[in-house]
Design a protein around this ligand. Structure first.
Ligand code: ADP
Ligand code: MG
Length: 519
């Protein structure tokens, strides 16, 4: 190549290498994790996020915050993905996972400065994560996963979230009842639990509906508001005068001709209503338009009809009732009907909702959430979704561990003890991992206004003497004690996933020493 310089990258691309690349990635990752730290735990604060359109979200939920923040830096984005995968896999522990990942990075930065090689850090972290997994296994409570314990899991996941006027305990019972409703011998059909929100009443009006709730109102005001023991049909049929493809104009010369034309229309519309009534159906959901006159005939027949259903609502109704969708009116028959105990409508402020309950629909269950304002119901919905997930997770594996930082204290202790027996510089990485996990009890302390160092010292001492020690927030008081006695418990899988996903992201970021960015 005769000493000619060779360019393999375009002039516009930017390249950062070596320590510079590592430290800028680590800094970005740390910054993201730092941004959610103050929301952790029962005394965590909320964040208000305003997007470019002026829409406001007020939340305490780690995954929601990171998602709304619109983060661009690729390494920072990896921490966001930690929270996302945590949310997807187990539904909770997103802040925990992101904060641990950030601290693993901070510790790695120190190690790199002490000339510990990135691959040594990665090996040490993986080794430590394995030990952490064992510590979690050892901490699994040997008690039966009954409704009381599940309610504790639910309320532990909801503490610190804005739950309106409701206590987490009341909500927890609703959540456990919802999951029990869709559980069969430990198998939870989580997808059959829906959360439907409605602004208007105080949040204490939140209730459990044995079926589904859809945003639909009757096609005519004289239709019944309650149909019991209902045969339900779903139509994908337009119940209007057929207009045809071409714009046709008729010259009408006499009143008789006009009347004849109107009569023809009238009888076509009446025909639709009669076909439906003759089929014996009680409630009709249709995805297309319904002419007012058809609606009025159907109302006179006492058939509750909902027009213009969205496709997702139609699918929901089909799934819940077992009704088959019918594409042509002449095909409508009893075989296509679904059957439920009751379809009712209720007015909330300006709009009406349809409740499809019992019978086939009872395989689904809806947590119907009410709250004073949009922001209250939105946050309540996120809190309930998390709680539903953790209860399902806990019931699924049957494994629950102490919360309030106790599991993290136990992890750090186990990892630190194991570090002593590890040779070479890897030992430094393993004990750095223990220090990184300490961030959870430290942050719980900071967020309750306590000194993090003193609290850590006290927690370690209590762990040493009593075995289980967490920093428990109990009403106004903050005490060090056994979290299980206070009912502060988390699913073991939430902790496992947090450690694994945080380790994965941190090690991936640490290994990068060359960033090549196209323009
Ligand atoms: P994450 O997004 O990680 O779930 P949270 O803000 O929900 O973050 O906080 C979860 C942590 O708060 C868990 O470690 C849990 O054990 C702890 N926690 C829940 N309730 C209490 C309580 N009453 N006292 C102390 N810690 C609690
Ligand atoms: Mg949580």
């Amino acid at each position: 190549m005769g000493g000619q310089p060779m360019f393999i990258l375009s002039e516009d691309s930017q390249r950062t290498q070596g320590r510079d690349a590592q430290s800028s990635n680590i800094m970005a990752g740390k910054a993201v994790a730092e941004s959610v730290r103050t929301t952790l735990g029962p005394r965590g604060m909320d964040k208000m996020l305003v997007d470019s359109g002026g829409d406001v979200v007020i939340t305490n939920d780690g995954a929601t915050i990171l998602e709304e923040m619109d983060i661009e830096h690729p390494a920072a984005q990896m921490i966001v993905e930690v929270a996302e995968s945590q949310e997807e896999e187990v539904g909770d522990g997103t802040t925990t996972a992101a904060v641990i990942a950030g601290n693993l990075l901070a510790e790695a930065e120190d190690l790199i400065e002490q000339d510990v090689h990135a691959t040594t850090i990665v090996e040490g972290y993986h080794e430590a994560a394995r030990i952490a997994g064992e510590a979690i296994d050892d901490g699994v409570l040997e008690i039966e996963v009954d409704d009381e314990l599940l309610a504790q899991v639910a309320s532990s996941s909801m503490t610190g979230k804005g739950t309106g006027g409701l206590t987490p305990e009341t909500l927890a019972e609703t959540v456990v009842a919802a999951i029990r409703h869709v559980e069969d011998d430990g198998d939870v059909a989580r997808d059959n639990v829906a959360v439907h929100t409605r602004v208007g009443a105080s949040s204490s009006a939140t209730e459990l509906i044995p079926g589904i709730v859809v945003d639909e109102e009757p096609a005519h005001e004289e239709m019944p508001t309650l149909v019991e023991d209902a045969d339900v049909a779903i139509l994908d049929v337009e119940l209007e005068v057929r207009t045809g493809e071409i714009d046709a104009e008729y010259a009408i010369d006499s009143i008789d001709q006009l009347n004849a034309a109107l009569d023809a229309e009238e009888s076509e519309l009446r025909g639709y209503a009669e076909t439906i009534a003759d089929s014996g159906v009680d409630v009709v959901f249709t995805t297309d338009d319904v002419d007012d006159r058809v609606a009025s005939y159907l109302a006179a027949e006492g058939i509750l009809t909902f027009a213009d259903l969205g496709n997702s609502d139609a699918r929901e109704v089909a799934k819940a009732t077992g009704a088959k969708r019918v594409g042509a009116l002449e095909d409508l028959s009893e075989d296509d009907f679904g059957h439920v105990d009751r379809v009712r409508t209720d007015r909330f402020g300006d709009d009406e909702l349809a409740f499809v309950e019992g019978g086939a629909a009872a395989e689904s269950v809806t947590v119907f959430v009410r709250g004073g304002t949009e922001h209250v119901v939105d946050e309540l919905e996120r809190a309930i979704e998390d709680a539903l997930d953790v209860v399902a997770t806990a019931l699924d594996s049957g494994e629950v561990v102490p919360g309030a930082g106790a599991t993290e204290i136990a992890i750090a202790d186990a990892v630190r003890s194991a570090a002593a027996g590890i040779e070479g510089r890897k030992q430094l990485a393993v004990s750095a991992f223990a220090d990184a996990v300490d961030v959870i009890p430290r942050t719980l302390a900071t967020n309750t206004g306590r000194d993090p160092i003193d609290s850590l010292v006290d927690l370690r001492a209590a762990h040493e003497s009593d075995g289980r020690a967490g920093l428990i927030t109990d009403g106004e008081a903050v005490t060090i004690g056994d979290p299980v006695e206070y009912g502060v418990v988390d699913p073991a899988d939430v902790k496992r996933e947090a450690v694994e996903s945080a380790t994965e992201a941190a090690t991936m970021i640490v290994r990068i020493d060359d960033v090549i960015a196209a323009e």
